[in-house]
Design a protein around this ligand. Structure first.
Ligand SMILES: [Zn+2]
Length: 320
């Protein structure tokens, strides 16, 4: 995006500090949380609906098979929704939302980034008058056609009514106290945002953090491996030991798990930049197995390593 040039120096500068500090800070962090800790973060499943996890009386995570997580808060003033699933499950989701909120209207929808797995309800809710909030970069991506260079996948721009109708650059707050903000590291895209529910101490982070295998590094729209290392570090400052952290993929996490991820991605970032500085390319990076001690837990890394390495090229020469 247009602001990429201006941000480049800041991000690089920041990352140096982030990665340098990470090594010392997180050495003691355990990669695995105890079963008790996992239980504490997971909440309970709503009886009769295994796709709904209750985090608090009025706060739920919706996890339909193959879909990204949604977070839903009900209140007398209506529903607040973080992300909207893909368009093919829009009807099913609207039904679930209606049941959980006893017919409440969705007042606010956040798009944590532009991907179709997050924006499938935008059109229906936009037409219904919902306030759709995103970072300005996310709105820009949703108002243009996008093709991923690595596999040719195409994404059509959304109609105007489906685009975010309230955007921000840094942070914001709803009247109810819910806070939100930009994640400027560009972990997944350059429009990543978080939403924090202070009453329930729940932090929703979208795809800036993955808790289900290796993440997608969408460098086409600004994401990069340094951003993943930076964001997993930065988001720790918004959480405490009791915060439940909801990623777009996988189970609800706690701070210890986020710290472990930050350590891992700092290591991987370090190795990939070393390979880059030696003049290696993406295939050589894959062959060097820069994630080897994490693969047993995380799965086959080849696609991730390739994208992550390409993201260094894209990031360091944005006009190339
Ligand atoms: Zn995504």
């Amino acid at each position: 995006m247009r602001e990429q040039q201006g941000l480049t120096l800041t991000r690089r500068h920041l990352l140096k500090g982030v990665v340098g500090g990470a090594a010392g800070l997180v050495l003691g962090a355990s990669r695995r949380v105890s079963a008790a800790a996992a239980q504490a973060v997971s909440g309970t499943t709503v009886p009769g609906n295994s796709a709904v996890q209750r985090l608090a009386d009025n706060l739920f995570v919706l996890q339909l098979p193959g879909e990204a997580n949604l977070v839903l808060q009900t209140s007398a003033n209506g529903v607040v929704l973080v992300d909207g699933g893909s368009a093919k499950v829009a009807d099913a989701l609207m039904k679930m939302i209606g049941e959980l909120s006893r017919g409440g209207q969705v007042q606010t929808l956040f798009n944590t980034h532009w991907h179709p797995e997050q924006t499938g309800l935008n059109e229906a809710l936009g037409k219904a008058g919902t306030t759709i909030i995103s970072h300005e970069n996310t709105r820009l991506w949703l108002s243009t056609d996008i093709t991923w260079s690595w596999n040719g996948q195409q994404f059509k721009r959304l109609p105007k009514v489906a685009q975010p109708n309230k955007t921000f650059y840094s942070t914001g707050q709803l009247d109810s106290g819910i806070r939100y903000g930009y994640i400027p590291d560009a972990a997944h895209t350059d429009g990543d945002m978080y939403v924090y529910f202070p009453t329930q101490n729940v932090l929703v982070v979208g795809d800036a953090v993955s808790n289900q295998g290796w993440p997608v590094v969408d460098w086409q729209t600004g994401g990069w491996i340094g951003g993943i290392a930076g964001a997993t570090q930065r988001l720790q400052t918004l959480a405490n030991a009791d915060t439940r952290i909801v990623p777009a993929r996988g189970a609800v996490m706690n701070l210890a798990e986020l710290k472990a991820q930050a350590t891992m991605y700092a290591t991987i970032y370090d190795r990939l930049t070393t390979l880059l500085n030696k003049g290696r390319g993406p295939s050589e990076a894959v062959a060097a197995k820069p994630t080897k001690e994490f693969d047993a837990q995380m799965g086959n890394p080849d696609e991730f390593v390739r994208r992550a390495f390409e993201s260094l090229w894209a990031y360091l020469s944005p006009d190339a």
